[in-house]
Design a protein around this ligand. Structure first.
Ligand SMILES: [Zn+2]
Length: 477
């Protein structure tokens, strides 16, 4: 192996190993000698000659690059493997950071392999993984949230990824991490067209259905932000439910598997859980249906796979997924069964039971229903709530209506819940007093830092007296 030198478009030089460590459809990949970065060359010589390509790469490394943001760039570095420089000699290419070590299997038969989602979401492949790699449902909610957040950020800049798939999003269920890779082919509508249609299973039905038309045909549909929204919904569905939304029993062509796939993923696509049309049922009875993802996510799956399956504008955008996932996190409860495969589930006041293993919850569970201050000091219900469990915490985005659990969130815990016998305590950890307006022995009891109170049904707690502070009404369920 030799060490070679490439020239960057800013005049700088970078060294790389001659050995090719990976090769995809579009690129050849080499490590830098310190293995902290990779140098990727485009395989197609025409791509290298294309003047548009260099202009597009300059936009990607510059204007569209979230990782150089002075205040939150470091946050985005964890969510994107974003190109850092453009190579112009010996060929056109890019330099990108190496993925973090946790996105490679550390041991066992798969040591060194990238953690592509299919290892975890396919029940067949999952069996081969060590238990320590499998993660739990909370981690898949975190993975989904991070992916939705990253896609929201990309789309807010007006660019589409164009090939979101199990291959281009690496996940780590042990930490809940997700990283979008291959960010060098981003699509800008009308300026930079897509290189590829996408990866089978993640290509939007309208793209597949029109793929046989000429590129110049006005009916031809190419990857865009709207088709990314389809791929995002498929990935979240796979992470949370372990199956593909369209792969069911219906045969759309007896002619060939190829024709059947093309129709089943394209013009004849039908969700296996479509509530109104059961003609494409799943291959096996479902252990958990999509409604078990809870009151915020289930309606988004319906919009993505019923209303929006063939109507791209009806699909939820990435920000809606992110908000629904954040609110769903607040509804999760740890399964009391130590052997439960999923370990976390969306708490349902009616059943009070884990939908994965059917274990019932013993004793009362405190739920904080959130209210925001409206006009004239009137508090209004927000349709958002927090299910408390032992060591559950309150964050600033729970306390203040003008804070959000996004890239800029303050991640300092503000309070925690603790179970002591049959009592549930709320302990304030913030510098700001919380006030138990009603439901405590004395009215308007202030809880300073370190102060706590036993939660009771109907108790009203002002989480902060500062502007934008929320009111929580306690329900013991
Ligand atoms: Zn369970």
């Amino acid at each position: 192996m030799a060490i070679l030198t490439a020239t960057l478009d800013n005049g700088g030089l970078i060294q790389y190993d001659s050995e090719v460590i990976g090769e995809g459809g579009m690129k050849r990949v080499h490590f830098t000698p310190d293995k902290k970065s990779v140098v990727c060359f485009f395989k197609d010589a025409e791509v290298g000659q294309d003047p548009q390509r260099r202009a597009r790469l300059q936009k990607i490394v510059g204007e569209f690059n979230p990782t150089t943001d002075p205040s939150v760039g470091d946050y985005w570095k964890n969510l994107f493997c974003w190109p850092t420089a453009i190579v112009i000699k010996p060929e056109i290419g890019v330099v990108a950071p190496t993925y973090a070590a946790n996105f490679f299997f550390a041991e066992g038969n798969f040591k060194g392999k990238e953690k592509q989602a299919s290892w975890f979401t396919s029940p067949k492949l999952r069996r081969y993984l060590p238990a320590s790699e499998l993660g739990d449902w909370l981690k898949y909610i975190h993975i989904s949230t991070r992916l939705a957040r990253a896609v929201r950020r990309m789309h807010s800049a007006g660019v589409a990824h164009s090939d979101l798939s199990n291959k281009n999003v690496l996940i780590d269920p042990t930490t809940g991490g997700a990283v979008i890779i291959d960010c060098d082919s981003l699509v800008v509508p009308q300026i930079y067209p897509p290189d590829v249609l996408g990866t089978p299973g993640y290509i939007a039905p309208e793209v597949l259905a029109s793929q046989k038309l000429e590129l110049t045909d006005s009916q031809r549909i190419l990857p865009s932000i709207l088709t990314d929204r389809y791929a995002l919904a498929v990935l979240i569905y796979e992470y949370l439910l372990g199956r593909h939304p369209l792969k069911g029993q219906r045969v759309n062509s007896a002619l060939s598997t190829e024709e059947d796939d093309w129709l089943s993923m394209g013009s004849r696509a039908l969700w296996i859980e479509n509530p109104a049309d059961p003609s494409n049922p799943p291959f096996e009875p479902l252990q958990a249906n999509y409604k078990q993802t809870g009151p915020y996510l289930a309606p988004l799956f319906e919009r993505a796979f019923v209303d929006g399956l063939h109507a791209p504008n009806a699909r939820p955008d990435a920000g809606e997924w992110e908000r629904a996932l954040v609110r769903t996190t607040d509804l999760l409860y740890p399964c009391p069964n130590a052997n439960c495969a999923q370990k976390w589930f969306v708490f349902d006041a009616q059943s009070k039971r884990c939908p994965w293993c059917q274990t019932a919850i013993a004793g009362a569970v405190p739920v904080l229903n959130f209210y925001r201050e409206g006009n004239k000091g009137q508090f209004k219900a927000e349709n958002s709530r927090l299910v408390a469990w032992h060591h559950q915490r309150l964050w600033k985005w729970h306390i203040f209506t003008n804070q959000f659990a996004g890239e800029r969130a303050d991640r300092t815990p503000q309070a925690y819940f603790a179970r002591q016998g049959d009592d549930w305590w709320l302990i304030n950890q913030s510098d700001d007093a919380m006030v138990v307006i009603a439901g405590a022995a004395t009215p308007n009891k202030a809880l300073g830092k370190g102060g706590g109170e036993i939660l009771r049904d109907g108790m009203q707690i002002q989480l902060s007296r500062a502007g934008f502070g929320r009111l929580a009404v306690v329900q013991m369920i």
